[in-house]
Write a protein that binds this ligand. Structure first.
Ligand code: ZN
Ligand code: ZN
Length: 598
């Protein structure tokens, strides 16, 4: 386990206060400079810790009132002066008791608390100018090495992340090696803000959240269209690969969870319900229940593999403070599957799965990367089982020609796994799919068997896998990835027909009727508004195609086609538009091609 940057500062975990690489060192140094500037402007504040984090840094201060945006601007100004002065970072060592007295005199209680809680004879301090901080470095040689930084925001944060402790004021900032890198990062941040799925979810009417059901989405018709299209995509693909779909109960007696081990290890995350004096729970996962479907018949080696897929609706009791849009929810639907196979079939199943994963992500233009996690020190099952399973995963990755990282010891206690991250259009990573091999958990605890060639009962291997992860999270990722401009096959509204004026209403209705009869998602906008206004509105709602019809179009049986983004494709026969649209939807094309010559 890598230490968190907070732990490095609070518990003196690891050797340094930040990873000794150029960017974390620069960011950690910038946090010191920021603290120095804050102390110059607000001498009464108390400093706590200032770690480097992903893409930046923060520093927490005890201050009775929050920092305002104007404060941040002033702090930045003072930071520039400090950088200009090019003050060297100077390391000093002190005995711990001396350091405690030193920070007591300077009235820095948080530093004293850290010093009292750590086990060290000698500690180091870093000084630049008048500012001195308890710190193990490393740092840049002098403040002048900081070239490109920006303060981003401030918010409240509890000391040591514990709500029983005092509330501190945290300032977030970012620092980069060059101005160019900083500019690119700020652009990405701005772009991510514009693409935030919570914002787009409201604007495009995809989903709502209400206080009456924290962490559970109210899907609106537009969002439900996305979910339905994704489900259709998944089902078509799985039907063609020999999966069988099941659906298992949401509310299950706690006996099941005692048998699976969830009651012992996971019950705090489960919603419990009293049913006629018995304790039931909403399922947090689908795994144990799938074994009831497997075990309902005597299985022979010839029956395997059995691939049971499930759109599994799960509930997990996440703390209300951690809920965030569709990314962190209490209710979600997994695109789950459990594959029961013989050990000799494992490699083939994983090979097929990896191919499936690549095919799915390619459809959405997401770049996957693969990580194989192998046996941890604490594990169940025989070494030889693990050898075989890990070997199968290596071979399957190689058979697909995939480069992959190795996470030694990162597997679960019941088997190795492959984790798959994707990179979206902004280059942000998301953890999506996992393919977990289960050598013992379901097979042993639920006594799954098949009769082998020698007539003896054997345990199957179970593969747990989800590719979207959950529909909720995947819709969030797609919304941000496409900035709400979904490919036509996913778009809630695929085309909108606009008569130029009332006179062309009848022809517009006939065009609309033809598209709708072909089961395209089409709308007619014949409101008494200016054409330009209605075109702009369709653009804002990111409708892929707008068909404008007037006198000339009615005469010729055509429509003037505009693609999303404003591109004018000119007048085309309605027949052609219809054919192209159906082809684009059918092929799940990522680009808008209607009306382009072949
Ligand atoms: Zn430091
Ligand atoms: Zn499972």
């Amino acid at each position: 386990m890598a230490e968190s940057e907070e732990d490095r500062h609070l518990k003196f975990a690891g050797e340094f206060d930040c990873v000794p690489e150029p960017l974390p060192t620069l960011r950690h140094s910038t946090s010191h400079v920021m603290a120095q500037a804050v102390k110059r402007l607000f001498p009464e504040v108390k400093v706590s810790i200032g770690p480097a984090i992903e893409d930046g840094f923060y520093y927490d201060f005890l201050k009775p009132t929050p920092f305002t945006p104007e404060d941040l601007a002033r702090i930045e100004e003072v930071m520039r002066e400090i950088i200009e002065a090019d003050l060297p970072f100077v390391r000093e060592e002190m005995r711990r008791e001396v350091a405690i007295r030193f920070f007591e005199e300077r009235q820095e209680p948080f530093k004293v608390e850290i010093l009292e809680s750590i086990d060290a004879d000698t500690v180091s301090l870093y000084r630049h100018g008048e500012f001195i901080d308890l710190c193990r470095g490393p740092h840049v040689p002098s403040t002048g090495a900081i070239k490109a930084f920006k303060l981003l925001s401030s918010s409240g944060a509890y000391w040591r992340g514990d709500e029983r402790n005092p509330m501190l004021q945290r300032i977030y900032g970012t620092a980069w090696l060059t101005q160019e890198d900083l500019d690119r990062y700020l652009w990405r941040l701005e772009e991510a803000r514009k693409r935030d799925h919570r914002k787009l979810g409201r604007e495009l009417e995809l989903f709502d959240f209400h206080d009456v059901a924290p962490g559970a989405a109210f899907w609106l018709p537009n969002g439900m269209t996305l979910v339905r299209e994704l489900e259709r995509f998944a089902r078509e693909s799985l039907d063609a690969r020999g999966y069988q779909e099941i659906s298992t109960p949401l509310l299950v007696n706690k006996k099941l969870w005692e048998q699976s081990g969830h009651w012992e290890h996971y019950q705090d995350n489960m919603f419990k319900v009293d049913v006629e004096g018995d304790v039931f729970s909403l399922k947090p996962m689908n795994c144990p229940e799938s074994t009831y479907v497997y075990r309902r018949a005597l299985r022979s080696y010839r029956d395997l593999p059995i691939r049971l897929s499930e759109m599994g609706r799960c509930h997990r009791n996440e703390r209300s403070g951690t809920l965030a849009g569709l990314v962190r929810v209490r209710q979600f639907t997994q695109d789950d599957a459990h594959i029961y196979c013989r050990p000799d079939q494992l490699q083939g199943e994983i090979t097929d799965l990896l191919e499936l994963v690549r095919e799915w992500y390619r459809t959405f233009g997401l770049q996957p990367s693969f990580r194989l996690a192998t046996r941890p020190p604490q594990k169940l099952g025989a070494e030889q089982q693990w050898d075989q399973a890990e070997d199968a995963l290596h071979q399957a990755l190689r058979a697909n020609g995939l480069a992959y990282d190795l996470d030694k010891g990162g597997g679960t206690f019941y088997g190795p796994k492959i984790d798959i991250d994707v990179e979206d259009s902004l280059g942000r990573p998301w953890q999506l799919a996992t393919i977990q091999v289960d050598l013992t958990m379901l097979p042993e605890r639920f006594e799954c068997e098949y009769i082998d060639t020698d007539g003896q009962p054997k345990r199957p291997v179970v593969v747990h896998r989800a590719i979207f992860g959950s529909y909720e999270r995947f819709v969030a990722i797609l919304t941000e990835h496409f900035a709400g401009a979904f490919p036509t096959w996913l778009a809630p509204v695929q085309a909108r027909v606009l008569p130029i004026s009332e006179k062309h209403g009848e022809y517009a209705r006939s065009v609309f009727g033809r598209l709708r009869a072909a089961r395209l998602r089409v709308e007619l906008d014949d409101r008494n508004e200016k054409l330009g206004y209605r075109v702009r509105e369709a653009q804002l709602q990111k409708v892929p195609y707008v068909l404008v019809v007037g006198e000339r179009e009615a005469q010729a049986g055509t429509a003037s086609l505009r693609r999303r983004g404003g591109e004018d494709a000119g007048a085309l026969p309605v027949e052609r538009i219809l054919g192209d649209l159906l082809g684009e939807v059918e092929s799940r094309s990522a680009t808008l091609n209607v009306g382009r010559s072949a």
